[in-house]
Design a protein around this ligand. Structure first.
Ligand code: ATP
Length: 214
């Protein structure tokens, strides 16, 4: 059975760096689908600037024309702090026989040891790490150990087991970040060609970053 990819993020806002990464991983890994999962109230970073409903609406608009991209809004519906370990445990119960792949950029992977109960994550899903510009795979510390214990260079391992492996994959490097996009919009710039046109239209209509007073 083909694995399900889970792509979490604040998506504040979603941009082509996210979409191209998800697309390349979907193709290269032979995923059944990529599930975009916007965070509700993220525990390990500053609060997002667009509210969950706005971020979710932008993600929905961005993936509308790609049938293998699915939006899962469970974290935005949850009250209080939302932890990836709880989300993955829930998905594991829903899909006991299915391979699950947590898709992360390298920057997110390097921050993994700060995540709540992070050591349980590889038992719930494979972890697939997309190279991002300027980031190197860790060779020391807890993540270096994790790579030695669970690293694999074979996509088939992601299909033959339901969880447990770490796989690093190079994707086309698009150096776009949500932070820079927000700054651009605050400064009156146009995010054209950095985000889908549908998202650009929503950003204009809502004025969500332009109005935050920064
Ligand atoms: P911010 O600038 O607000 O931190 P971001 O652009 O990094 O946002 P997130 O929503 O925090 O976006 O990221 C969600 C996931 O997408 C993370 O796993 C992150 O590593 C990955 N990601 C973000 N930007 C890119 C990019 N340009 N290319 C590949 N992966 C990316």
């Amino acid at each position: 059975m083909q694995p399900i990819g889970i792509f979490g993020g604040t998506f504040d806002p979603i941009h082509y760096g996210h979409l191209r990464t998800a697309f390349e991983l979907w193709q290269a890994l032979g995923l059944k689908e990529v599930r975009f999962m916007p965070t509700g109230d993220p525990p390990h970073r500053d609060a997002p600037l667009a509210d969950a409903a706005q971020r979710l609406a932008m993600v929905r608009a961005a993936v509308a024309d790609q049938s293998a991209f699915v939006v899962d809004d469970r974290e935005t519906r949850r009250e209080g702090l939302s932890y990836s370990v709880d989300t993955l445990a829930e998905l594991r119960r829903e899909y006991p026989q299915r391979s699950l792949c947590l898709l992360l950029g390298m920057d997110a992977f390097l921050g993994l040891p700060t995540w709540h109960r992070w050591r349980e994550l590889p038992d719930l899903a494979h972890i697939v790490v997309a190279h991002r510009p300027g980031w190197k795979a860790p060779t020391t510390g807890p993540l270096g150990e994790l790579m030695v214990d669970r690293g694999t260079g074979g996509v088939r391992d992601l299909h033959s087991a339901t969880a447990g492996r770490i796989y690093v994959h190079a994707v086309t490097q698009l150096e776009i970040s949500s932070t820079e996009l927000r700054d651009l919009i605050v400064d009156g710039g146009d995010p054209r060609y950095l985000v889908p046109d549908s998202v650009r239209a929503m950003l204009r209509e809502s004025g969500c970053y332009a109005q935050d007073g920064r």
